[in-house]
Design a protein around this ligand. Structure first.
Ligand code: 26Q
Length: 756
């Protein structure tokens, strides 16, 4: 008789080839005698997926049997990129698959390139969620991720004449074979409606009668750990029309209209919102958040109730992690379910709430915190309690209230999250200090014990090299770059505070200097290939102008024969996870230029560091902690410190900016790079009192740091030493370390390792 273990798939070359061909023939439904690279990729991915599912099943069964306390990681964004290579590496079967494929006449790397990126997120926060899922699996923690399965991921960036255009990322066009549709795991999510008085057991009470219903369908994404059998679940929800919907409208109304209305349900999970403040308060965004939260909370309660009866045990089994304020409606939803559906008293429900939530914020600016218009009871009780603690200090009560009073009433989601969470985390030491002394000062004074920080970490990026990057640049832009030049990279979302503009001004300055040099001096110039990449939010005009300026300056410099290989500027379009996997390992120097106090952490720098790339950076976010690890002498630091920034801003009009700065801005104003009128507002933003991000104030210090980098680069031995020290010092910035800290100090969970 067949033993259950005999079913497991084998990883010897013959078994793998058989599996791949089996999938070509029966899953992809192409002849095994004739299939192309994409079909080969599909068959390969299916073979890998089968092996992944074995481990995922075993892990889930093991978790069920052990019933440990779980952490539920709630995030509206996950930037996963490509999956295939990551999965085979984590499963330890990459070489076996590469061998099997080569015997079939295919190259593993070529097939891996066939996969598209899953871009269900904007930037740092979203990539961090992906890294943290990886670490949760690697360290055997009993974790479940929850997110949304958007049909349209982050827009694709297309550059036309140097201007950014956005195109929809309909990423599911070619199917996604990494997720598993669970048609039987669905929950109704209810919206709108009315609250009516009803009699229950002779008592008058309020009952919510929902007005609209949508079905949430689960799509499961197995996330394998590295060096372990553990494979955890990332459950993404998709919105589908509900069958119980409005039978009424079908009976009474127009049939066609009723079907069209049903279809609208799907719009809730159709699109990822770009990180853009102008979308605040949009009804669809709020519906999206509630849809996500309601489905996840129902799933968490269902799992708990499978094995537990008493809600007092809830905090022993459940930790809920809020990834920024985006999922913070979960607090109100858990409270509502405990009160209205589980009939707990307010006191017991509140006690549970305060034990299970933890909140991590990824921003330093108050504008970054979302506000929505509703929720009053939690606040009423909180304010009453607060009065007992701090007295009738009305200014402070107003600041700490969840409700922002004014012409338009708002709910401050961050206050809600801080009040209801047992811990509040920042993403670097400096960020946490700013939270305690500025953004959440009132709360810190009240509950200092709640405040913690976990400096971000990332998962290592695979090794590729400078040649590969040079080939990519040539294929993309036709530009041939010299491999002897310093590859100087700044890739991240385009934002005023990240100061890509400072980089471009520095490049103009460099260009201007070379132009004015004689032959002898030119021999001493360190050749540079400056690479900039990143997306601007669709409604962010200034950011879009920065992209155009970069192209205009590149056009001028790259076509100036007098400059040759001494200076090149390239903009890399559509920066995403797989482009990063090529760019980061090829960089010599990377720039992180945020005005001090504005970058909560910054994680790109960590990936560059791990690849032996040197940093040129301000003392901001987690850079400060990186400098501690690798030593001040091995980083090119510049600019005002966070505590100096406020004073510099106050100086405003009396602040003297260097002549060099005025000169390069003047070149743009005078139309040296064309588009004079278009760039005027950009120049106005950085001159005089309006230079909020202090480009003028930091310019000389920036140029000095650049000169120091040039000097170090020509001393090959010194550069290599710095590079080795950078990579060696990057160990602390692994997301494994971050997750271990969360597990021990925030979630209070233990590893739960699935036996091999
Ligand atoms: C808000 C309202 C409406 C629509 C979208 C949004 C939105 C979406 C995404 C607001 C913010 C984000 C993303 C923020 C983010 O990525 N922050 C970065 O998080 C990193 C990880 O902690 C830090 O390293 C970066 O410093 C921080 O900028």
């Amino acid at each position: 008789m067949l033993g259950l273990m005999d079913v497991f798939l084998k990883n010897d070359p013959i078994s793998l080839q058989k599996d791949i061909l089996h999938h070509v023939e029966y899953t992809v439904a192409r002849s095994r005698f004739s299939f192309d690279d994409f079909e080969a990729y599909q068959a390969l991915a299916h073979s890998v997926r089968d092996r992944l599912i074995e481990r995922w099943h075993d892990t889930l069964i093991h978790f069920k049997k052990e019933d440990p306390k779980r952490v539920y990681f709630l995030s509206l964004e996950f930037l996963m990129g490509r999956s295939l290579s990551n999965i085979v590496i984590n499963l330890g079967i990459r070489d076996q698959f590469a061998d099997a494929l080569s015997q079939l006449g295919f190259d593993f790397e070529v097939l891996a390139e066939q996969e598209g990126d899953a871009c269900l997120g904007n930037g740092g926060l979203a990539r961090l969620s992906a890294c943290q899922m990886d670490s949760l699996a690697t360290l055997d923690y009993p974790a479940v991720g929850y997110g949304l399965r958007y049909q349209y991921g982050l827009f694709r960036q297309v550059i036309v004449d140097g201007f950014q255009h956005e195109q929809p990322d309909y990423w599911l066009n070619f199917g996604n074979l990494w997720d598993i549709e669970r048609i039987h795991i669905t929950y109704p999510v209810k919206f709108y409606g009315t609250v009516t008085d009803e009699f229950l057991n002779g008592e008058k009470c309020k009952v919510w009668v929902p007005g609209e219903m949508v079905e949430a369908v689960a799509y499961d994404n197995p996330i394998p750990g590295y060096g372990t059998r553990n494979t955890i679940n990332l459950r993404l929800w998709a919105a589908k029309p509900s069958d119980q919907h409005d039978m009424e409208s079908f009976n009474t109304g127009d049939y066609v209209d009723a079907v069209v209305n049903r279809q609208r349900a799907e719009s809730i999970s159709s699109i990822l919102y770009p990180d853009d403040r102008s979308y605040q308060g949009k009804e669809l965004r709020l519906k999206q958040q509630y849809f996500f939260v309601s489905a996840s909370v129902q799933d968490i309660f269902r799992r708990f109730k499978d094995t537990h009866k008493k809600f007092d045990e809830f905090p022993e089994k459940v930790a809920l992690q809020l990834n920024d304020t985006h999922p913070s409606l979960a607090i109100a939803e858990v409270m509502r379910v405990l009160l209205d559906e589980e009939h707990l008293s307010w006191h017991r429900a509140w006690d549970i709430i305060c034990k299970i939530f933890s909140f991590t914020t990824h921003t330093v600016s108050p504008e970054g915190l979302e506000k929505i218009p509703i929720i009053y009871d939690i606040n009423f009780n909180f304010v009453e309690e607060l009065k007992k603690m701090i007295g009738l200090d009305y200014d402070r009560l107003t600041r700490m209230s969840i409700v922002e009073e004014g012409a338009v009433k708002n709910i401050r989601m961050a206050n809600l999250s801080v009040i209801c969470s047992n811990t509040v985390n920042g993403v670097s030491r400096l960020h946490s200090e700013l939270l305690r002394t500025k953004l959440f000062k009132d709360f810190y004074d009240l509950w200092p014990h709640k405040f913690q920080y976990k400096t971000n970490g990332v998962t290592q990026v695979k090794k590729v090299n400078k040649i590969r990057l040079a080939e990519y640049i040539e294929a993309m832009s036709g530009l041939k770059v010299s491999l002897d030049a310093m590859f100087d990279v700044q890739t991240k979302r385009i934002h005023e505070y990240k100061r890509q503009l400072l980089n471009i001004l520095g490049i103009i300055h460099r260009y201007d200097c070379i132009k004015n040099m004689d032959k002898n001096d030119r021999k001493k110039v360190v050749p540079r290939v400056c690479i900039i990449g990143g997306k601007a939010a669709p409604g962010y005009e200034i950011a879009k102008k920065i992209i155009k300026l970069c192209h205009a300056v590149a056009e001028k410099i790259n076509n100036d024969n007098d400059i040759g290989d001494l200076l090149k500027l390239v903009f890399i379009p559509d920066y995403n996870v797989s482009v990063a996997e090529m760019v980061i390992p090829g960089a010599d120097l990377s720039q992180h230029l945020s005005t001090a106090g504005h970058e909560a952490s910054g994680t790109g720098s960590m990936k560059f560091l791990m690849n032996g790339c040197l940093l040129l950076a301000t003392a901001d976010g987690s850079t400060i902690e990186m400098v501690e690890e690798i030593g001040q002498d091995n980083v090119f630091l510049f600019g005002a410190k966070a505590h100096e920034v406020v004073a510099l801003r106050k100086k405003g009009p009396t602040l003297k900016v260097p002549l060099q700065f005025s000169r390069v801005v003047r070149m743009i104003r005078d139309g040296h790079f064309g588009f004079k009128d278009y760039f005027k507002s950009l120049c106005d933003k950085i001159e005089g009192t309006s230079d909020y991000f202090l480009l003028g104030a930091d310019f000389m210090s920036y140029l000095e740091a650049q000169a120091a980098a040039d000097k170090a680069f020509v001393d090959e031995e010194r550069w290599t030493k710095m590079s080795i020290l950078s990579a060696a010092g990057s160990g602390r910035f692994s997301s494994d370390r971050t997750i271990q800290e969360y597990a021990e100090n925030t979630w209070d969970i233990q590893p739960c390792r699935c036996p091999f």
